[in-house]
Design a protein around this ligand. Structure first.
Ligand code: G6P
Ligand code: ZN
Length: 565
């Protein structure tokens, strides 16, 4: 193909600063003339593009096919040597991380806004991942941002669009393009990690009393779940729902939590399904939810760590260390202590785990934001977490021929050994930025003046008293590259070990989103009744006190949160 390269003049756009997970904006913003092109050129200006191999994937949301063509044109004009693209521009975020690692690519461009809704009036996103398969660290995203501020032109290859629906190899200007099956490499990876035959045997034997339901929420995981659950484990078609990816996620909000995954919750409850699970738009988040059994993500990762030896990957390679993001409950810390493992507390954002994994110090980690994963890739992995739970349940049931062990049994056993960290998160979405900033300033003021220290607060409904024992702004120094991340959330601690965290979301696409995280620990001696209370009950008094201290309702002008998890 003889093709010409054109240089198109442009002007910088404000606000092309990648957040926690790339650049996320409304589709209409990306559709402005030159907007997407500028950002894509800025990526190529920030990496060693000459001779590079880049993976392109994403969750298939609205505006993805057009953007793949944009990336191809600009990438080829900038001398990318090879593009590896998921068929129909589909690669879940974990699958893309795997492909980057497996084919030793320079990096990858992921077209996703994760769990945010899709469609012409909703969100789009572009995220750059580096060669370890993980999200680009801040020095790279800052460089991309700097480039967007001074860009004067971008280069494009003048060539017709590429057919993304045909698996195969071809040349495109100076670039080799491979369109690959979106699912196969990922299933091969999971097969090397888990005990597929143990899981299959367990599911076969319990077709009637251990039914499984996976909800893809119309996101990217549908084809992966089908390949795994139906084709590999032999489960019926009825074990998956909403598993055909749609560019607007069926008009829904593809976020696996109790609010947005109600399609799963309803069917699980109505049909007494023992094991339900859902994943988000791009497949990196997960929720585990069986009949009457919700697993909070903080408990999920701790339980996986507790049972790690039942998973062949960890049995063989050992567990090197554990980690969680700061707002995530400390349940996993207790497992680390018992097993004599290192445990790390990092800021919110999966990218912070990557250095620890690359340095061989971290195997299993998780975040309260429905993220669970391990060092098999450098992204959190929704389907991995689902299979981890199936593997653990299959192993637990091997030694229990007469009684079926379900999700609740694993939770209760865990609490009886370690105690329970009651945990909940209140989200106040799309509030005015001024109010959110005033809330942060109010807490900063208390931090500086010490005005809250040792103050006693009484819950109006239960009369429980809480004494503030400290207030700090979380800061992280990466133990591997020594980079420092400041202002990662304000933490109020109480004398009974409880804590409340306030943090501004880094993933919203407009306004500000305030998150309040509450955690209260009860030791194993509290007994089964207290330990198995609904989280809302166990946390009621602490939540009242947290709202009072922060004056949150006053600052945000909202009585109730948008989402409670
Ligand atoms: C994305 C990241 C997660 C992170 C989450 C936080 O999902 O991949 O690692 O925990 O965003 O989002 P937030 O809105 O709280 O900044
Ligand atoms: Zn996601």
């Amino acid at each position: 193909m003889t093709s010409k390269v054109q240089e198109i003049p442009t002007k910088p756009f404000d606000g092309q600063k990648p957040g926690t997970s790339g650049l996320r904006k409304r589709v209409k913003v990306f559709q402005q003339e030159h907007y997407t092109e500028n950002f894509v050129q800025a990526i190529f200006d920030s990496i060693a593009v000459e001779g590079s191999t880049l993976v392109i994937g994403g969750d298939g949301r609205y505006f993805s096919p057009e953007t793949v063509q944009t990336i191809l044109k600009i990438g080829s004009a900038n001398n990318v040597s090879r593009f590896i693209i998921g068929k129909d521009s589909i690669l879940s975020t974990p699958a893309a991380s795997n492909v980057i690692r497996k084919y030793k690519a320079t990096g990858g461009i992921l077209l996703t806004a994760s769990h945010n809704p899709g469609g012409p009036d909703a969100d789009f996103g572009i995220k750059y991942n580096v060669s370890n398969g993980g999200p680009a660290p801040e020095n790279v995203t800052n460089q991309i941002y700097e480039k967007t501020k001074t860009i004067k032109s971008y280069k494009v290859l003048d060539a017709p669009p590429v057919d993304l629906s045909k698996i195969g190899e071809f040349t495109y200007g100076p670039t080799k393009v491979s369109i690959i099956d979106s699912v196969a490499d990922y299933i091969t990876l999971l097969e090397s990690i888990f005990d597929f035959s143990l899981i299959k045997k367990f599911l076969d034997e319990h077709q009637s009393d251990f039914r499984v339901l996976f909800d893809g929420l119309h996101g990217v995981t549908g084809p992966y779940a089908r390949a795994l659950l139906v084709e590999n484990f032999g489960l019926p078609e009825s074990s998956i729902q909403n598993c055909v990816p749609s560019p607007n996620f069926g008009g829904g909000h593809p976020d696996p939590n109790l609010t947005y995954a109600h399609s799963l919750v309803e069917v699980v409850e109505k049909e007494n399904i023992a094991f339900g699970a859902a994943s988000d738009g791009d497949g990196d988040r997960n929720m585990i939810y069986g009949k009457g059994a919700f697993v909070t993500p903080s408990d999920s990762v701790a339980i996986i760590a507790h049972w790690a030896e039942t998973i062949p990957y960890f049995k063989k390679g050992g567990v090197k260390g554990l980690a969680r993001s700061m707002p995530t409950s400390k349940a996993i810390d207790l497992v680390a202590k018992k097993k004599g493992l290192e445990v790390f507390e990092v800021p919110t954002g999966w990218k912070f785990f990557g250095n620890l994994m690359d340095a061989g110090r971290l195997s299993i980690c998780g975040e309260e934001s429905f993220g669970t994963g391990s060092d098999h890739i450098r992204e959190k992995d929704g389907i991995w977490a689902v299979v981890a739970w199936l593997n653990i349940l299959a192993a637990a049931n091997q030694n229990s021929p007469n009684k079926l062990i379900g999700i609740n049994d694993l939770l209760n056993e865990f609490y009886s050994i370690y105690g329970r960290s009651f945990f909940s998160r209140y989200d106040y979405e799309e509030v005015p930025s001024d109010g959110a900033n005033a809330l942060v300033a109010h807490l900063n003021e208390a931090l500086k003046s010490g005005s809250l220290n040792d103050t006693v607060h009484t819950s109006a409904s239960t009369s429980t008293k809480y004494t503030v024992s400290g207030l700090y702004d979380f800061e992280y120094k990466d133990p591997i590259d020594h980079s420092v991340s400041k202002n990662q959330g304000q933490v109020i601690t109480f004398s009974d070990g409880s804590r409340v965290v306030f943090r501004l979301s880094g993933t919203g696409s407009q306004g500000a989103t305030v998150r309040m995280y509450v955690e209260r620990y009860l030791g194993p001696d509290a007994g089964p009744a207290a330990l198995s209370e609904p989280a809302a009950e166990g946390l009621k008094s602490l939540i009242e006190v947290a709202l009072e201290i922060s004056k949150l309702k006053e600052f945000l002008g909202r009585d109730e949160p948008t989402v409670i998890t």
